[in-house]
Design a protein around this ligand. Sequence first.
Ligand SMILES: Nc1nc2c(ncn2[C@@H]2O[C@H](COP(=O)(O)OP(=O)(O)OP(=O)(O)O)[C@@H](O)[C@H]2O)c(=O)[nH]1
Ligand SMILES: [Mg+2]
Length: 344
Amino acid sequence: MKFLDLCKVYIRSGAGGGGCISFRREKYIEYGGPDGGDGGSGGSVWAEAVDGLNTLIDFRYQQHFFAKNGQPGMGKQRTGKDGEDIVLRVPVGTEILDEDQETVIADMTEVGQRVQLARGGNGGWGNLHFKSATNQAPRRSNPGQDGVERTLWLRLKLIADVGLLGLPNAGKSTFLAATSNARPKIADYPFTTLHPNLGVVGVDNTEFVVADIPGLIEGASEGRGLGDLFLGHVERCSVLLHLVDGTSETVADDYRTIIHELEAYGGDLAEKPRVTVLNKIDALDEEERAEAQKELEKASGGPVMLMSGVAREGVTEVLRALRGQIDEDRLRHRPVQENEPWQP
Ligand SMILES: Nc1nc2c(ncn2[C@@H]2O[C@H](COP(=O)(O)OP(=O)(O)OP(=O)(O)O)[C@@H](O)[C@H]2O)c(=O)[nH]1
Ligand SMILES: [Mg+2]
């Protein structure tokens, strides 16, 4: 599947239909009063967050979204038909930005969330509306209101619970494939993964979503390799899973390279909870494992778990650690209930 995470769209709501000038004309009725109906409203443009989409690729093929105009009013007090609305279906996690690419108009974070992007124009009044005591035969109506035209940007930031981090070839995609329904491409060369993949992972009868992103290298924040733009996709995760290739001669440096890039990226990414894992331990003997683990613990200043994505060793323990962090994060961000005793 192709992946696209920023695109431009042009939208226009429908214009309202014009009001009608008309008079009642019937046999035996002299001076029939005004009977011109109102114009119908123009259609509006909406965005709706939907499930099951994780790319904006559809918007590469269609960028123009015009809602229908309202029909003009007609004689015999008939109102014009309203123009149909149009709905842009976007993946959950899409931000809708104004033309400046900065002002956030809406953040589509929940399935079913709907926002109006451009309101349809009101229909004009027919002459029936202008009848008054002093003017029984008004020759006046309103035109319909114009539609609204806007240029907008859609930016997708995937919503996952866990974000995978590591140098190219650290085994991120292998881990995702071993633990989830996702089938990312895996190969023994760097930059196999070119766009984010999402997978649903199950452990102890619970599920969470893991995002695999392209590997980072030193200087990614300055654009080296594939750059660090993909880090936008892990900004919303509860926890980051940092995989370090145990077969590397320089595990401590590898670790520091990634942390340095996180810091350079900014935001609060470097402060996010992290689980650090020494991967590919199937390729190491006992002594090598212990040595690399010690080195990594020294560099990270925290615990380091051992794992092999290929041999599926230590995988469940890692998933449980992630589960624990996700739960903690949810507790932290849960709105405080009224009358709940305060707890430190
Ligand atoms: N021995 C061993 N090899 C592994 C393990 N996990 C991954 N590999 C190998 O390491 C290579 C890279 O694996 P990927 O999963 O593609 O690595 P990645 O981190 O997704 O790489 P990029 O997408 O390029 O960033 C492949 O040849 C894998 O077979 C492991 O646990 N043990
Ligand atoms: Mg990969």
